[in-house]
Design a protein around this ligand. Structure first.
Ligand code: HEM
Length: 226
C-alpha cells in the first residue's frame, strides 16, 4: 500500500477528503444561489443566464462531472467515516451525551441524507422535468427554456414549496456545522481565529439559507409573479 493510499484510507484522510469536497460543494451552492437570485431581476435576467449556462455545452458537462465527482467523494467519505466511528465505538449508547455537541453537529448524517434526497427530487423537478413536466416545457418569447416561469409555477404549489423550505433549512443547519468543523478537520486551531470562525460560519450559513429561502417565500407571498 502506498503512503497516499494509506493516508486516504485512514480516518484523518477520509475527514480531509470530506472537508475538501465539502468546500467544492459550498462553492457550487454559493454560485448556484447567485445565479438563482437573478429571479429577482425578472424573467429576462434569469432565462438569459440559464441559456448562457446551457450554451457552454461541453464546458458545462466538465463542470457537471466535476460536481458529481466531489459529491460522490463527499458522500462516500461520510459513509466510510460513519462505519469507522461505529467500529471504534460499538456501544453507541455509552457515548451519548458525553461530548458537548450542537443539534446540527449530532445530526450531520441525518441532514446529509435528507439533502441527498432533496437534490435527487430537485433534479427530477427542475433539471429533468419528471415532477411538474408541464412547466418544464415552457418557452419564453425569445424561444428559450422559460426557467423563470418553471420556478414560479413550481413554487406557487405549496406541496412543492413547503418541502423545499424545509430542505433549505436543513441545508442551512448542515452548512453551519460543516463550515465551522472544516478548519478543525484540517488541524487549524488558533486562540483568536477559531472562536471567530465558530461565530462566522453560522452567519455565512444563515446568509446562504436566507438567500435560497427568499425565492420560494417570495413566490408564495406573490412578490415574484408570472
Ligand atoms: C430556491 C432554491 C433553488 C432554486 C430556485 C433552484 C433552481 C434550479 C434550477 C432552475 C435548476 C435547473 C437549471 C437549468 O437546467 O436551467 C437547478 C439545477 C440544479 N440545482 Fe438548484 N435550485 C435551488 C436550490 C438548490 C440547492 C440548495 C442545491 C444543492 C444543495 C441545488 C442543486 C442543483 C443542482 C445539482 C442542479 C443541476 C445543475 C446542472 O444541471 O448542472 N439547487 N436548480
Amino acid at each position: 500500500m502506498t503512503a497516499l493510499t494509506s493516508f486516504f484510507t485512514s480516518s484523518i484522510g477520509k475527514k480531509f477528503l470530506m472537508a475538501v469536497s465539502g468546500v467544492g460543494l459550498i462553492g457550487f451552492i454559493i454560485a448556484h444561489l447567485i445565479g438563482n437570485l437573478l429571479i429577482f431581476g425578472g424573467q429576462e435576467a434569469l432565462n438569459a443566464y440559464a441559456k448562457g449556462l446551457h450554451d457552454l455545452g461541453g464546458l458545462l458537462w466538465v463542470a457537471r462531472i466535476g460536481l458529481i465527482t466531489i459529491f460522490v467523494v463527499h458522500v462516500g467519505a461520510a459513509i466510510a467515516l460513519t462505519r469507522d466511528n461505529r467500529a471504534a465505538r460499538p456501544d453507541s449508547y455509552q457515548s451519548k451525551g458525553t461530548v458537548k455537541a450542537s443539534l446540527a453537529s449530532k445530526n450531520m448524517g441525518l441532514s446529509g441524507s435528507f439533502i441527498l434526497l432533496f437534490v435527487i427530487g430537485h433534479l427530477l423537478h427542475f433539471t429533468w422535468g419528471v415532477i411538474q413536466p408541464e412547466s418544464h416545457t415552457l418557452i419564453d418569447a425569445q424561444g428559450r427554456h422559460d426557467v423563470y416561469s418553471m420556478v414560479v409555477t413550481g413554487f406557487s404549489n405549496l406541496a412543492v414549496s413547503i418541502p423545499y423550505i424545509f430542505s433549505l433549512i436543513l441545508l442551512g443547519a448542515h452548512l453551519s456545522h460543516a463550515m465551522s468543523s472544516f478548519f478543525q478537520t484540517l488541524g487549524f486551531n488558533h486562540p483568536t481565529y477559531t472562536p471567530l470562525i465558530n461565530k462566522g460560519a453560522p452567519v455565512l450559513a444563515m446568509a446562504i439559507t436566507i438567500g435560497y429561502l427568499a425565492i420560494p417565500v417570495s413566490v408564495i407571498c406573490k412578490i415574484i409573479t408570472l
